[in-house]
Design a protein around this ligand. Structure first.
Ligand code: GDP
Length: 425
């Protein structure tokens, strides 16, 4: 059985916490795309953690954690995160790294920074973790697979090959010194030794695990609207955060996913540039931002203040559609308890018309939100763990979102802690 936990929106929907909850009845948790550019916040019995690259099953000794071939593997960051867990008395996690995963190289991070600087105001709001240059190189076929680290001649040849192209750009476009291939080669040899015990053919491992009846959880990063094909291109990420890609990026059969849990917040939040139709500003935004999440809406990786807004039913319905959601998980419901009225976006106005289907990006840029206003519940529902115990207006809010999105909201989160979650059905 394979289940996927993915985001319906712009990312930061609270997937980390939900993965931590669902990991409890999983045998394997797999990261299938992205890299250290976003983070999950997890609060459990050990304390509070921001995970960037490690799968969220690392707190459970029983669980095997897999970095699939679709991930951008920043070895330094991965080891740092692993060491931090061990220092904080977490039992040594079981971690497997795909021998086909590709390695994030220091020059990918440099290129990311140089390009954002070159673009100036027109930049994409990259986290400067090297993600776009990394995936660019992967598809240009000048990337480096983990397995290539263990063949010295091949490694040298791959680095020299990539550097011949990169150096030309470094010099001509960015006016930067060339890549020091020898230093990079030495560093990679050291890194390769450190991860050697964890490197396996994870696709084989997962397919065998499936045959043995093991329960696999795929953990998505970011959300639907950051997908390079279906999202708000070019304000997207560079790998697909969709459950459909999960099978590719993890290495499990296309027909193996049984459940797609699409996580969405009771309001909206968004990090980075791009159209965000229901964005709010000023005091109204500051209040929602400061009340959101576990300690305000600030990026788990970057610390950047997140843009915030009201729930966008148009974007979320679309986000769930492209994910193939079998059910929705609604998080951060507790955050809205301070409001006496809550706007929900039920359509977009564009070119004199009201639309309810999420449009392509140029059209989206011209859209204005059409709101309906629901009564708030003016009550603290933090930690409530049954639907019947939610105030009537809060129940009605959930029912309204469910009807709008068209996917059952079966799981609800009323606080950042693992125990502040319940299944409604
Ligand atoms: P992810 O990348 O989707 O895992 O999301 P993040 O972890 O970056 O952001 C979600 C934020 O919301 C984190 O600060 C979580 O601790 C917090 N969080 C998750 N669920 C809830 C919830 O139900 N209520 C509150 N108040 N915070 C939550």
């Amino acid at each position: 059985m394979v289940r996927a936990i993915v985001g319906a929106n712009w990312g930061d929907e609270g997937k980390g916490k939900i993965t931590d909850v669902l990991a409890e009845d999983s045998d394997v948790v797999v990261r299938f795309q992205g890299g250290a550019n976003a983070g999950h916040t997890i609060i459990n019995d050990y304390g509070k953690f921001a995970l960037h690259l490690l799968p969220s099953g690392v707190f459970h000794q029983r669980i095997a954690n897999v970095i699939g071939p679709g991930v951008a593997l920043d070895i330094d960051k991965l080891l740092r995160e692993y060491d931090e867990l061990v220092t904080r008395d977490i039992p040594r996690p079981r971690l497997y790294i795909s021998d086909r995963a590709q390695v994030m190289l220091p020059y990918h991070i440099d290129f990311d920074r140089f390009e954002e600087e070159r673009l100036g105001k027109a930049s994409f709001g990259s986290t400067k973790s090297g993600i776009a240059p990394f995936y660019g190189d992967k598809y240009l076929k000048i990337g480096l697979q983990v397995c290539q680290l263990y063949d010295k001649e091949l490694l040298k040849a791959r680095l020299n090959g990539a550097a011949s192209q990169k150096n030309a750009i470094l010099e001509a476009l960015y006016h930067q010194p060339p890549i020091d291939v020898d230093a990079l080669y030495q560093k990679l040899l050291e890194q390769a030794e450190r991860i050697r015990p964890m490197v396996v053919d994870t696709s084989l491992y997962l397919n065998r695990a499936l045959k043995e009846g093991k329960r696999i959880l795929l953990e998505g990063q970011l959300g639907s609207l950051r997908d390079p094909d279906h999202g708000i291109y070019p304000y997207t990420t560079s790998s697909s955060p969709l459950a459909g890609f999960g099978t590719v990026g993890a290495g499990v059969p296309a027909n193996s996913i049984t459940d797609v849990y699409c996580v969405t917040k009771a309001y909206s939040s968004c990090v980075g540039a791009g159209p965000f139709t229901t964005e709010i500003f000023g005091d109204e935004a500051t209040e929602l931002r400061n009340r959101g999440g576990d300690a305000g809406e600030y990026g788990a990786t970057t610390g950047r203040p997140r843009r915030v807004g009201w729930f966008d039913a148009v974007a979320t319905r679309y986000g769930c559609m492209v994910q193939g959601a079998t059910e929705c998980v609604l998080t951060n419901l507790d955050v809205l308890g301070y409001l006496s009225e809550i706007p929900v976006c039920i359509g977009y106005e564009v070119d004199g018309q009201t639309i309810t289907d999420f449009p392509n990006t140029p059209t989206l840029m011209r859209c204005k939100p059409v709101y309906t206003t629901l009564p708030g519940w003016n009550a603290n529902v933090r930690g409530v763990t049954s639907f019947a115990d939610l105030p009537e207006n809060c129940q009605k809010y959930v029912d309204f979102l469910e009807a709008q999105v068209g996917v059952p909201i079966n799981m609800i989160s009323t606080g950042p802690k693992r125990c502040e979650t319940f299944r409604r059905r």
